[in-house]
Design a protein around this ligand. Structure first.
Ligand SMILES: Nc1nc2c(ncn2[C@@H]2O[C@H](COP(=O)(O)OP(=O)(O)OP(=O)(O)O)[C@@H](O)[C@H]2O)c(=O)[nH]1
Ligand SMILES: [Mg+2]
Length: 318
């Protein structure tokens, strides 16, 4: 049992204990989103993904060559020194350096700022911290989307990637994607092709968050306060019993590793013709069945699509 509320253009349902929140429909004013490509990988991602209209692309890198062809609305070359000083900063109230200050002016007026970076290199991984700090100065909510380097890239990159993530999680929540997993899923793909596929995967949350209304912001923030590290997977099903089938897929997913990890919260985006609150409740309960605790779950339902298959994107907070 729970509480049901209806607002303008959207409904909200909440379980009695407040642990499950289900939202359906879009609010009145959609969130304003900026996606910021950081460094080589982040700028590649800007080139590889198609973003819905209304989302603004920005590009930052220490290497000017990364910035070409991203079609970003604004570009900034930011030196490694500034990127590093932001990442290592201990103050949250003051800009770590001039680049951070300048970027925070560019980010004024956005609700969400989403940096994309490949951890392990010399600039993007640190720049993601700078972008998140600048976003916070502009009162935007940051969410970083980052990859971890391939195992074959060696221990130095892995080590730097760990350091960058340690810094980044001080300023934001981050969804982490292991580059290794794309080769597991599609072996024999040339590296550049695999990266292209991965870049589309990495950008998935942007499409899901796009179109959400202002009222969604506090729910998302609540989840980002609980977890600073998220994993993501997407599953689709077009036959009987999508609740069981999709949950089964998530349980086996190497992207989520639910069998190994101990989730603290989850954000679920459920899309499909005819999806409703009952289905979302059932899905959420099934999702937590094998978990140690009743974790808070935020569900966004979108039944405005005409497609038959049901598609669920799960962001699991660790
Ligand atoms: N998924 C994906 N990963 C990438 C891509 N390009 C690079 N990477 C990964 O990201 C890591 C960092 O690479 P870059 O983004 O090029 O590094 P950078 O931040 O520009 O730093 P430097 O080039 O060292 O100055 C690499 O070790 C790869 O694991 C890409 O297009 N897609
Ligand atoms: Mg580079």
């Amino acid at each position: 049992m729970g509480r049901f509320m209806q607002g303008e253009g959207h409904h909200e349902w909440m379980s009695e204990d407040g642990k499950i929140v289900i939202r359906k429909g879009m609010g009145q004013s959609p969130l304003k989103i900026a996606v910021v490509g950081c460094g080589g990988m982040g700028c590649n991602a800007l080139r590889d993904i198609e973003l819905p209209e209304g989302i603004v692309k920005l590009a930052v890198s220490s290497d000017r060559n990364d910035l070409t062809g991203t079609h970003a609305k604004a570009e900034m070359v930011i030196g490694e020194k500034d990127a590093m000083s932001s990442a290592m900063s201990s103050s949250t109230r003051y800009a770590g350096n001039d680049s951070e200050m300048q970027l925070s002016y560019l980010l004024k007026g956005y609700d969400m700022v989403i940096p994309i970076a490949g951890l392990g290199g010399n600039n993007g991984g640190w720049l993601a911290s700078l972008v998140c700090r600048a976003a916070r100065m502009s009162k935007a909510t940051p969410l970083a989307l980052v990859t971890t380097p391939l195992s074959i890239e060696g221990s130095e990159k892995r080590h730097r990637s760990t350091k960058q993530l340690e810094a980044l999680r001080k300023w934001t929540s981050a969804v982490i994607y292991k580059n290794d997993l794309i080769f597991k899923e599609i072996p024999n793909l040339p590296m550049m092709k695999a990266f292209k596929v991965m870049n589309k995967v990495v950008a998935t949350p942007v499409g899901e968050i796009n179109g959400l209304g202002q009222e969604a912001k506090k729910d998302l923030k609540r989840m980002f306060d609980i977890s600073h590290i998220f994993r993501m997977d997407v599953a689709e099903w077009r036959a009987d019993d999508p609740v069981m089938a999709i949950n089964e897929e998530f349980r086996r997913s190497g992207w989520l590793s639910l069998d190994l990890l101990d989730p603290k919260c989850a954000i679920l985006f459920i899309r499909g013709f005819g999806v409703n609150e009952d289905m979302a409740q059932e899905f959420s309960l099934e999702f937590t069945k094998k978990m140690k605790n009743d974790i808070p779950i935020l569900v966004h339902l979108d039944d405005s699509v005409m497609v038959k298959e049901i598609r669920v994107t799960a962001l699991v907070g660790l």
